[in-house]
Write a protein that binds this ligand. Structure first.
Ligand code: DX5
Ligand code: ZN
Length: 227
């Protein structure tokens, strides 16, 4: 589970060396990561193919950190149970991929209960989707993930419009007295994380900023210095 005690750094293993995945996860854990972010792509909702539940199952065996599964897939209902069974602590689906979003969010909760543990419910929105579209579902969510790039690839540039979306989402959460986490994903670097945190984000996904550096401890510390 996540904590509200401090802001969380979530390295995305999308930018890790997949041939050495266990070592990479252990290395970022030792370097101070709070959460492991797992980018699941289906080649349909987004133009890239990545990780399935079998990888989550093996990653689960090598770390106690929360596994934050970001499902960039069409028809996530079909796979939610498998990701939870594999060890996901948080399942985030895309608003744009879920015509029956309320049902999908309930399914995450039900599958978590079936597995005997609390699984966080998350919904993500693409850069062109307004936060206001989450107004009805917000009380049912543990986390909202604001995409600050168009999903599909690591190493893209932060889209500045995400800042105002984070501020508006924070205002919606505060106005209702909720404690929903705000996560941001895409183009987070040491030189923009302070501004993103200032807007109200609490969980920071970072792929290339962590894994494309030679020293993970240094890259995570540089990010944390902005928080
Ligand atoms: C993009 C993924 C991100 C990605 C972030 O679709 O959801 O999690 O790995 O990578 P960076 O931090 O390099 O933008
Ligand atoms: Zn992601």
């Amino acid at each position: 589970m996540f904590t509200k005690d401090h802001k969380l750094i979530a390295p995305s293993i999308l930018s890790a060396d997949f041939a050495r995945l266990a070592d990479e996860v252990a290395a970022v854990e030792a370097a101070g990561a709070d959460v492991i972010h797992v980018d699941v792509m289906d080649g349909h909702f987004v133009p890239n193919l990545t990780i399935g539940p079998v990888v989550v199952e093996w990653v689960r065996k090598v770390t106690d950190l929360p596994l934050d599964c970001h499902l960039m897939i069409t028809n996530p209902d079909q796979y939610i149970g498998e990701f939870i069974e594999a060890g996901a602590d948080c399942v985030t689906v895309h608003q744009e991929a879920c015509p029956h979003l309320h049902r999908t969010v309930q399914l995450i909760r039900e599958e978590g209960a079936k597995a005997g543990r609390k699984v966080m419910t998350g919904v993500s929105i693409n850069p062109a989707t307004p936060v206001e579209t989450l107004g009805e579902i917000l009380p049912d969510l543990d986390m909202v993930l604001i995409m600050s790039v168009n999903p599909g690839f690591g190493g893209q540039k932060f889209i500045p419009g995400a800042l105002d979306k984070i501020r508006r989402l924070k205002a919606m959460i505060d106005a209702r007295g909720l404690s929903t986490y705000i996560e941001v994903d895409g183009g987070i670097k040491a030189d923009n994380i302070a501004e993103v945190a200032g807007a109200g984000a609490e969980v920071f996904v970072a792929g290339s900023a962590v894994f494309n550096a030679p020293d993970y401890k240094a890259s995570i510390s540089a990010l944390r210095a902005g928080l």
